[in-house]
Write a protein that binds this ligand. Structure first.
Ligand code: NDP
Length: 291
């Protein structure tokens, strides 16, 4: 039987709608959430992401502050901008678009962001808070995956979750979130032995690798929930198209539910960025976290 498709576009529009409703309530009290996005250089993919973030921020009723810096800007100048944004009360969230040019120390820049405004959840303090199960800012992509999993499965406790990929921005925080939900979590990576067998044990399979269609259907446990984070641009039939890390056609024959690429995890990432900005704004104003 074919898997249910987890429609990230539809799900994310629900999240954005709830964020927009909360923003209008805040505005009625004279509070306007603001998100600052900093782009250094002219990486084409980053330019698209930043443009979309700006559009969706404004659509949600928030202030969007975009700072575009030349690729040759010095680390000191970038740090000075981050310091100004940290001190600006109109800015509740700060996102420095990665990757940064090679002459910059990305970790130093991220760790210079006020942790309360770190809506990407990459600051070392937020990483530590998440790792110890405390209230933190949670990285947007794994947060989006978790929201979709909980919507689909409800209580995740006791489920076997396999996360393929151990990056700081997706794999590791995803594993932490699943652990917090009391899943039994395995993190697989390029040195994992018999990855196929590891994946076949997964009730929840999250693929965050960056290799087109690497996970075939016969690695998927029948009925499993498959979350495909991968975004890979490939040439096929003379056209460029986006595919995930999972071989969708074969996996969809076996899984219970699966996210497509595009239209799965991708749209949830910006929705969660907006949700994190709203959360940061509420916390800055001494209000409870939004639902
Ligand atoms: P990274 O390149 O930082 O990490 C990839 C991970 O995959 C590494 O841990 C690596 O293992 C592991 N890996 C590589 N090859 C294999 C293999 N053959 N078998 C098992 N594991 C392997 O990527 P990211 O985490 O940044 O991104 C992963 C994917 O998700 C990309 O396609 C990216 O475009 C996409 N992405 C999508 C987002 C969205 O909004 N939907 C947001 C962020 C990323 P090792 O550590 O051993 O090298």
């Amino acid at each position: 039987m074919a898997a249910d498709i987890i429609d990230g576009k539809l799900f994310s529009s629900g999240v954005r709608g709830r964020v927009a409703a909360s923003v209008s309530e805040l505005k009625a009290r004279g509070i306007v959430p603001g998100l600052a996005v900093v782009l250094v250089g002219e990486d084409p993919a980053s330019q698209v992401y930043v443009r979309n973030k700006g559009i969706q921020t404004r659509e949600a009723g928030m202030e969007s502050f975009e700072h575009k810096l030349d690729a040759s800007v010095s680390q000191e100048e970038l740090l000075a901008l981050v310091a100004r944004l940290n001190a600006d009360p109109a800015v509740h969230g700060i996102l420095v678009q990665l990757p940064l040019p090679g002459h910059m120390d990305a970790e130093a820049v991220i760790n210079a962001i006020d942790p309360q405004k770190d809506v990407d959840g990459f600051h070392i303090l937020n990483v530590g808070l998440l790792g110890t199960g405390q209230k933190s800012m949670v990285p947007c992509t794994p947060l989006g995956c978790l929201l979709m999993l909980k919507d689909r499965l409800g209580d995740l406790a006791g489920l076997n979750a396999v996360v393929v990929g151990r990056s700081n921005i997706v794999g590791k925080p995803m594993a932490q979130l699943l652990l917090k939900e009391s899943c039994t979590v395995t993190i697989a990576h390029s040195r994992t032995k018999d990855l196929a067998a590891v994946c076949r044990g997964a009730d929840i399979l999250v693929a965050a690798v960056g290799r087109p269609r690497m996970i075939p259907g016969d690695w998927v446990k029948p009925g499993a929930t498959v979350i495909d984070v991968g975004i890979n641009r490939i040439e096929e039939g003379g056209k460029t198209r986006l595919v995930g890390d999972v071989d969708y056609d074969s996996a969809a024959q076996v899984a219970g539910a699966i996210t497509p690429v595009p239209g799965g995890v991708g749209p949830m990432t910006i929705a969660c960025l907006l949700a994190n900005t709203l959360t940061a704004c509420c916390r800055a104003n001494g209000l409870p976290d939004p639902e």
